[in-house]
Design a protein around this ligand. Sequence first.
Ligand SMILES: Cc1cc2nc3c(=O)[nH]c(=O)nc-3n(C[C@H](O)[C@H](O)[C@H](O)COP(=O)(O)OP(=O)(O)OC[C@H]3O[C@@H](n4cnc5c(N)ncnc54)[C@H](O)[C@@H]3O)c2cc1C
Length: 535
Amino acid sequence: MTSWPHEPVLVVGARPVGQTTALLLARWGVPSVVLDKRPARDLVGSKAICQQRDVLDIWASVGAGEQIAAEGVTWTTARTFHRADELFAHTFADAGSSPFPPFVNLSQSRTEEILDERIAAEPLIDLRWGREVTDLAEHPAPFTVLCTGAAGALRRTLGVTFDGFSFDDRFLICDIRTDLPGWATERRFFFDPEWNPGRQVLVHPCPGGTFRIDWQVPADYDLDAEVASGALDQRIRAIIGNRPYDIVWKSVYRFHSRIASRMRVGRVLLAGDAAHLVSPFGARGLNSGVADAENAAWKIAHVGYGWAPEELLESYHAERHAAARENLAVTTATMDFLVPPDPERAAHRADVLARAAVDPAAHAQVNSGRLAEPFWYHESPLTTPDPTRPFGGRPPRGAVPPAGPGVLVPDVPAHGESPFSGRRVIVSGTADRPARLRELAREGFLVLLTEGADPAVADAAARAVAAPVRVAPLDPAVAAALGARPGEAWVLRPDAHIAAIVQTADLETALCRALGHPTAIPRKEHASAVLPPLR
Ligand SMILES: Cc1cc2nc3c(=O)[nH]c(=O)nc-3n(C[C@H](O)[C@H](O)[C@H](O)COP(=O)(O)OP(=O)(O)OC[C@H]3O[C@@H](n4cnc5c(N)ncnc54)[C@H](O)[C@@H]3O)c2cc1C
């Protein structure tokens, strides 16, 4: 067993991104101290509700994904309206073999509670409330992850800017409990309804007969005045009619579009809202913050254990900054459609909405948000390109890119048996619940060999690098599901992204690259690195 050779990692901020970071670090046997300035967990209100399948998968690796999925509402249909007319309905095809649905809705506050339960059961996490960090120098730690949300003070002490802009319009959010037959598994998006003229309304189902209603409102909107005058009640009744309802929570938000200039400063990594703020249409805030947490955790573990060079931390910035830029591009396009910033774009929106009523070809141009998806690291310094599998660019809405370098590996089930046959079989599932390829990948670097690849050369390559790397032959059925060809070595990273697809002769170079080595290939000092206790 390898034990962590440093003091605990410092995680600042105990909302979902900080919680997830600490849990994922613990999975690598890395202790952490989590500090939050709030006196205790406040479960008032909810921000994020919409959790994406691959994020549930990350949470499953720390024992929380199944519960979040089970408690959340799985919504299957997205309906889009313009004024009184329904333009189209989109139903999610559950094409993948993931155990999770494409999206579940659960309040962020309940998600935080579930993550807290996992933290309470984790001796490697020391969570302390009422501890504001004002100066990182006062908290010496081998590595620090800032999960401090939009708050800027610590970012500024690092010399990191947070460039971007804020939207003028506000968004009124009410979570109401009521009975809306037929609405319980559907998301409804209304452009320009007569009860919110010129602006949008979004209605999302949540557990317990609760619905999230989100109205776009002008910059001078006054919630207290609306409550006092009864206008808020009229607003709600315009949607739900005369049925009884309770307001569970209400608030007014201003949305921002901002990105940190750096996501890594030395051994300090910025994650989640501390690094990027996007409008929530598309649910890309928390979902991308969880992917930051996973990227940060495995890299800190690999650098901290001495399995990878310091440069691996720089790839955190390269990969997650690129992901944040993609999220900004996608959400900015959505906001330009929802809140056109100039007459030209207003005219475009009016034209698209008018055409969408009569021409299905225009539906794809109606932008109510492109939903969260994992980023593809095809341009990452860690990824070895494969000229036979060029990246085809951002896939159509709702589709995933084909398996190739940089992409999150498809989740291939083992169907009751390990997907690996022959020697060094890796089994982490049970007879009742067999392993999935992504679960196996998340246990550490994994090289999968197709038929005809030379196992001796692959073993030698795995032994040559300082990190623990497992080599296993790939079952032909799994290879076929991945689109793998004979004679290939597939390198899967600990976040289940594909780092390389190469011939075994090129495997050592690809592994070194995936571990962040700039050029030279370091030889392992001792014969076999061992994994820390993975839980
Ligand atoms: C209305 C709304 C709806 C949304 N819907 C979605 C959605 O459906 N899906 C989605 O993916 N995202 C959504 N988001 C975005 C999502 O809520 C955020 O991305 C998420 O909360 C970010 O989590 P975080 O842990 O990075 O930061 P935060 O939640 O902001 O937490 C930061 C923590 O750091 C602590 N802290 C700050 N400074 C310090 C300090 N100096 N010392 C100690 N502690 C400190 C704070 O007390 C806080 O606990 C939505 C946001 C809004 C506003």
